[in-house]
Design a protein around this ligand. Structure first.
Ligand code: DUC
Ligand code: ZN
Ligand code: ZN
Length: 470
């Protein structure tokens, strides 16, 4: 099967050119100035007036995550389909090692959930949830399966939390193999004190979730994670950064030449503490780290971090829960009525990352169109060992391609989105551009406002080490 995408502006992290793209089977087979070639194809897509960009990589998703007494409401099937609708053609999800389990048990369990269900290609990180001699040994076994990054938590005592000693031991193992440690950097011990004190004062509404999880505690944990990584000698990737204090720590470390990287997420660039207000409605916006006070300047700091490359990646931390009862999963956000600390943490987001960031970055003139592609596709591919198979439009790369209309407004709504949640964090927001057609390894999966792929199209991706370091 050959597909020709004609007359589009092909944008990669480094180029922006008017070109035709020839797809043969699963790969990009040619790039040439329009009509300066004799290519024939089984299918022709007219991309006049459109951008043709590499499919996005969302390197931080949590399909079916067990959390707070329930499960994230998107399965690998529904969540990867929603990702495709929004122009992401790769996700990297987090397999979880539960307490008392072996690390590889978590990997096998998540592979079982994803296998034959995904609409797009997928990789796995591993959450190291129980640091033991055995699980540390198994980090190397996981590397043999293409898992080159391990997430740890300085937050959520009693659940995912690891002590500094446990984190440091895992970092020492990562330093030997070159694996990346990904860090949820919030001081969960201090936060738990503030949660208990708030609840004792009768402060039970969702807004207090944002009040107690202080930005200074994200900055402090980020500082500590960097210090431990420096001592251990391992690369560190700080996930879902929301606070300017944390960004300052990463900026300093990078200025000193350390192998420290960081991502932020659309919710920290578009939403704020006020969204957590309005009584229990605010539960729709409970995630950790929390949405920040706009007047403190975190959003501007994060946008400027993306511009200066102090922040390198935008992912989503997609972890959806329904606001009202879910047909099979039961109570979700409402588990926290009367106690904000029982609201499952997480937001739906996997579908709208590319369009939101295009809007905030390019349409609102903060970043170039190439930088948009870089933070959403090229850098995540390099960071997690998938480049140039993923993250660019080049001969020999996987034909993961998005035809993006920069002039088609798209209004976001729960009534039209494809994520398995009953609300949208961006209800009624109109964005400037829209994903129109999506190819995943050469196969059209989204066209004419329809999903035309099948579950099981997506394949597991074995990943290399961080390509900024190899
Ligand atoms: N943060 C969330 O909001 N949800 C899942 C886990 C996390 O760290
Ligand atoms: Zn996290
Ligand atoms: Zn997460």
């Amino acid at each position: 099967m050959r597909t020709l995408i004609k007359n589009g502006t092909v944008v990669t992290a480094s180029e922006e050119t008017l070109a035709d793209v020839l797809v043969d089977g699963e790969k990009v087979a040619g790039l040439a100035a329009p009509d300066r070639h004799g290519w024939t194809a089984d299918k022709v897509i007219d991309a006049t007036g459109r951008l043709v960009v590499p499919g996005g990589l969302d390197v931080h998703t949590h399909m079916e995550l067990p959390f707070g007494g329930t499960f994230a409401s998107d399965s690998f099937e529904t969540g990867t389909r929603a990702a495709a609708w929004g122009g992401s053609t790769t996700i990297i999800d987090f397999a979880v090692q539960a307490k008392g389990q072996n690390l590889m048990d978590g990997f096998e369990a998540w592979m079982g959930k994803a296998e034959r269900n995904c609409a797009i290609d997928y990789g796995m990180h591993l959450i190291v949830g129980d640091v033991t001699d055995q699980s540390l040994k198994e980090m190397d076994i996981a590397m043999g399966e293409g898992v080159t990054s391990f997430k740890m938590f300085m937050a959520y005592p009693g659940v995912f939390y690891s002590t500094d000693g446990e984190i440091f031991r895992a970092m020492q193992v990562a330093a030997e193999s070159g694996a990346t440690i990904m860090m949820h950097a919030e001081n969960g011990i201090a936060i738990d004190v503030l949660i208990a004190q708030a609840l004792a004062r009768g402060e039970t509404d969702p807004i207090y979730h944002g009040v107690v999880r202080k930005s200074i505690l994200e900055g402090e944990a980020t500082h500590r994670a960097i210090a431990l990584a420096e001592l251990a000698g391992c690369p560190l990737y700080v996930v879902h950064m929301s606070a300017q204090e944390a960004l300052a720590e990463v900026t300093n470390a990078r200025d000193e030449g350390m192998d420290i990287f960081a991502e932020t997420c659309p919710q920290y660039l578009f939403l704020d503490l006020d969204d957590l207000g309005n009584g229990f409605e605010g539960a729709k916006f409970v995630c950790s780290p929390p949405l920040r006070d706009r007047s403190e300047g975190h959003q501007e700091a994060l946008w400027s971090g993306l511009a200066t490359n102090d922040l390198q990646v935008v992912s989503t931390d997609h972890c959806p829960f329904c606001f009202n009862d879910h047909a099979t999963l039961g109570r979700q956000k409402r588990l926290g009525e009367g106690d904000f600390s029982k609201i499952p943490n997480g937001l739906p987001g996997v579908e709208h990352r590319m369009e939101l960031i295009y809007h905030g970055a390019v349409a609102e003139d903060r970043l170039s169109v190439k930088r948009w592609v870089e933070v959403c596709a090229a850098t995540p591919a390099k960071m997690f060992g998938l480049y140039p198979q993923k993250g660019t439009v080049a001969v020999g790369s996987d034909a993961d391609l998005v035809v993006f209309n920069p002039n088609a407004p798209h209004t976001l709504s729960a009534s039209t989105h494809h994520m398995n949640t009953d609300y949208s964090c961006y209800e009624g927001l109109t964005l400037q551009g829209k994903v129109e057609t999506v190819l995943s390894r050469g196969k059209t999966v989204i066209e004419n406002d329809s999903y035309v792929g099948q579950k099981g199209d997506g394949k597991y991706l074995r990943r290399e080490l961080n390509q900024y370091l190899t």
